[in-house]
Design a protein. Structure first.
Length: 357
């Protein structure tokens, strides 16, 4: 079964899409966002996938792509349209090219109109298509800047997207109302800009009179995206913690492995957030651990020193994950959750105070 995830960036209302072949363990991401690269990497790691391609539907004007950063971290190849005017990509696509991951692929269809370099990616069995800003749900991308052309867009939509089977699911790069997908059949019937009996001339007249303001991030996003998202100085400023070899989960929690903690117990403050009967109970607790039950933590954060990093712990890691959120809100910066909690700590044979052997 194909692995598929739809991801969302709230700041730019951008959808990113991850595909994975569960047998070959290879993946591709469409329209990633620079600020969400940590999230994307965490998901890839949790699903056990190797990212082989990171591709964009076009040169975005409303957010910076995470393509360059993902290439740096994951070794993925960057792919864009040959008409996008972008430098630094590994693959420059033309109509009909395939983006292969494992035994599956995405077909590249050129769909200019929003920009010259817009493409739509169609899954090999035509059950799904990813339209970027060319076709939006009950709408479409603007055509009044960045090589936009309303006539080109109308023809792209009619010949390359609406020519797909009616049941094909369509996934855009954005939706500002939180709607996640549509279908070819729905857009043919209900899209107010090009559906039903709307002609090319009707569409051009509509698009030429939208009167939209330019995107707020255009002066930052466009120059960066013309370099595949590479910062102008070429330096990575992702601000990952350096006090320990931490791993970010897809849930957004930094975790530390029990082995590292056992070797650095005196360098951190271990905070146990279980109830008192658990702290003194059969599982025991980590030597020198500070004990504050989770229900009391929000009112007692001033008791926690800020000199050393804090590692939170509970039975299995769930309550202590919430504790990291509470501490972060209180201003604590160096925080991590103990992966697997006390259960994994004991299973590894690390020292315990109290408990039952």
């Amino acid at each position: 079964m194909l692995i598929f995830r739809q991801l969302f960036d709230q700041e730019s209302s951008t959808y990113s899409y991850l595909f994975g072949d569960p047998e070959k363990k290879e993946a591709v991401i469409i329209d990633t966002v620079y600020e969400q690269v940590k999230r994307d990497r965490a998901l890839l790691e949790e699903l056990g996938l190797q990212l082989v391609h990171v591709v964009d539907t076009h040169c975005h004007a409303d957010h910076v792509t995470g393509a360059w950063l993902l290439k740096h971290h994951a070794g993925a190849q960057i792919g864009v349209s040959e008409n996008a005017g972008v430098e630094g990509a590994d693959n420059y696509f033309t109509h009909g090219d395939h983006v292969t991951f494992g035994s599956r692929y995405l077909e590249v269809r050129e769909t200019p109109g929003h920009t010259n370099g817009c493409v739509t990616y169609v899954l090999d069995d035509e059950t799904m298509a990813f339209t970027g800003d060319t076709l939006l749900i009950r709408g479409c991308g603007r055509t009044d800047f960045q090589q936009g052309n309303a006539r080109d867009m109308y023809r792209s939509i009619q010949t390359q997207i609406l020519a797909l089977p009616d049941q094909t699911s369509l996934y855009p790069a954005h939706d500002y109302r939180g709607i996640t997908m549509t279908t070819v059949g729905e857009e043919k019937q209900f899209n107010p800009r090009f559906g039903g009996q709307i002609s090319e001339q009707d569409f051009v007249g509509y698009m030429n009179n939208l009167g939209l303001p330019h995107p707020k991030q255009i002066d930052i996003a466009l120059p960066a995206n013309l370099r595949c998202g590479r910062p102008e100085n070429g330096e990575i400023a992702d601000n990952e913690p350096t006090w320990a070899p931490l791993k970010l989960t897809f849930a957004g929690v930094w975790e530390v492995d029990p082995q590292w903690l056992e070797e650095h117990l005196h360098d951190v403050l271990v905070l146990d957030v279980r109830e008192t009967k658990e702290f003194d109970g059969p599982i025991g607790h980590i030597p020198d651990a500070m004990h504050i039950p989770l229900g009391d933590l929000a009112d007692r954060t001033d008791e926690i020193e800020s000199v050393r990093p804090v590692v939170t712990v509970c039975r299995a890691g769930a309550r202590s994950a919430l504790a990291t959120v509470i501490l972060k809100r209180a201003g604590q910066s160096d925080i991590a959750n103990l992966s697997g909690g006390m259960l994994r700590w004991r299973d590894r044979g690390y020292p315990v105070i109290g408990g039952v052997n």
